[in-house]
Design a protein around this ligand. Sequence first.
Ligand code: PHE
Length: 409
Amino acid sequence: FIPTVFELDGHRYTPDSNFNLSPAVTRLFNRKLLTEQGNPLKLIRDRIVEHMHANHRARGNRSPRFTVCENLPRVVSLFDNFDSLLTPADHVSRRPSDTYYVNKDYCLRAHTSAHQYSLLKQGFDAFLVFGDVYRRDEIDRTHFPCFHQVEGVQIYSSEDLFGVQQPGAEISVFDTSDRTALKQAGHTQDTVTVLTLRLKSTLEDLCRALFGSNIEMRWVDAYFPFTHPSFELEVFYDGQWLECLGCGIMEQELLRNAGAGDKVGWAFGLGLERLAMVLYGIPDIRLFWSKDSGFLSQFKGLQPGDDYKYKPISAHPQLYMDVSFFLPEGTTPDNMRANAMDLIRTVGGDLVEQVDLKDDFFHKKKNRHSQCYRIVYRSNEKALTKEEVNAIHGEIADLFVANHGCVIR
Ligand code: PHE
């Protein structure tokens, strides 16, 4: 099925026969996990931004060095997603079985690298791009058609890299050397050495800030069309090495095309789900999309810096019911709340997964305070029936009346 128009993020596109988006992917567009309070991806995002802002300042300047870019349009041109990044015409990532196409010129971004060229062209020298990216991947515990990345780019002038130089004793950024397995044509060995050191230390520092100073990491050689040399960083977790980012020295051709050919730089792309799975012990990538309060409530109150390990939630379904009542005279809302939690816990025991005070207000006409609690029931052992839940819930309501003098609404 090919729609006549396709709209996303305030832009309209005209699909053609290349259109291959399925409902399974389009229905993900409305969730914005990176901004959802209580989503571990948002916590990771905050942690990365805090670390980068605190540790990277322009020289002699209080301002954070990296501009944070978010909410960029998720449909990008094939030029931005592939060509500007020097991706060969026959590269596997261009196959319609790998990329979601809107038409022959536009696709869903398959990586945040799709924004490198245009941000460089606009004149940014250092930026972070957060966003959801889309790939027609296999489905398993670590793959999903949508995941989240942060892109980091920093480009340097000669002075940024080597400082103010002594006339006659300059260190050169560029020379006339050839490309080798270890470096690009025209980059001096000094350039490669210093850029690689800065890139690797930036990422090692970031990983230590995320995982603690004891985290084991290793660098592995890699290949990307838009960086050379290229590397991957793996972290040791749960008995195995997990790849969590790709990076490298930016291809000079990309920089030249974007109007920044007099500078050199590095780029990295980091998978946020991978990091969050390691950091919080989350076993399955689908959980990030869960609306299950048993999942979300575990992360809701956390600060980005807090350490936390995820506790598996029951495989059985939740059932929820509300109880609303007027408070008796002389009972403060806070007091009632504490009593309510006790009462619900006492009657419901392990079958109550969560209680939220949904409503808490003074009813002017009745001259009474009103509260409403939503109780989420779920068993670890079995699927609860409606009748079982009704019985428990009824008992709870009765005790609000009998023990606390509440008037059920
Ligand atoms: N875009 C690459 C990916 O998604 C990661 C990457 C970014 C590699 C920047 C190098 C430089 O796999």
